[in-house]
Design a protein around this ligand. Structure first.
Ligand code: SF4
Ligand code: SF4
Length: 143
């Protein structure tokens, strides 16, 4: 990752919820994520997986993801995130994902879909790097 964002990046979520609904997508989960979510919902991990997860097969790798409704809303979206305090790292770390940070052009492209990017609170380089490290550390589950 180069240092084009050395001075930090501005982001304040507007709570538009565009990233939680309407479009097909994946919320990939780590072991820490499912422990937090199942605990939050007072369910066993197995029951949580059965009720809210799906295995996505990319051919070369499989990943565990949250399910979504027939209209492509996240299964936990209902007038807002119903598991906000326990939401997965993928949600908490957005938009500071390696895929959005590898080049400034990529960041600007993503900002066209997220009204919170390039506005509001400036997140320092150290804070951004901490999100990247945490995502690197919490390996995603295969199923
Ligand atoms: S699209 Fe951006 S501003 Fe809207 S809810 Fe998602 S992170 Fe927040
Ligand atoms: S878990 Fe919450 S924050 Fe994450 S996509 Fe679902 S509704 Fe949105």
């Amino acid at each position: 990752m180069d240092n084009w964002y050395k001075a930090g990046l501005a982001f304040s979520c507007t709570q538009c919820h565009a990233c939680c609904r309407h479009d097909p997508g994946y919320v990939f989960l780590s072991q820490v994520d499912i422990e937090k979510l199942s605990n939050h919902l007072t369910m066993t991990i197995d029951a949580f997986k059965k009720a809210y997860c799906r295995v996505v097969d990319f051919g070369f790798v499989t990943r565990l993801s949250l399910t979504e409704t027939a209209i492509f809303d996240c299964i936990f979206w209902k007038n807002g995130c119903t598991v906000y305090e326990a939401r997965p790292l993928q949600c908490r770390s957005y938009p500071f994902w390696s895929g959005n940070l590898h080049a400034q052009d990529r960041w600007q492209e993503e900002a066209q879909d997220c009204p919170g990017m390039n506005k509001g609170t400036v997140h320092t380089h150290a804070v951004i790097e901490a999100w990247l490290s945490q995502r690197e550390k919490e390996k995603l589950l295969e199923g």
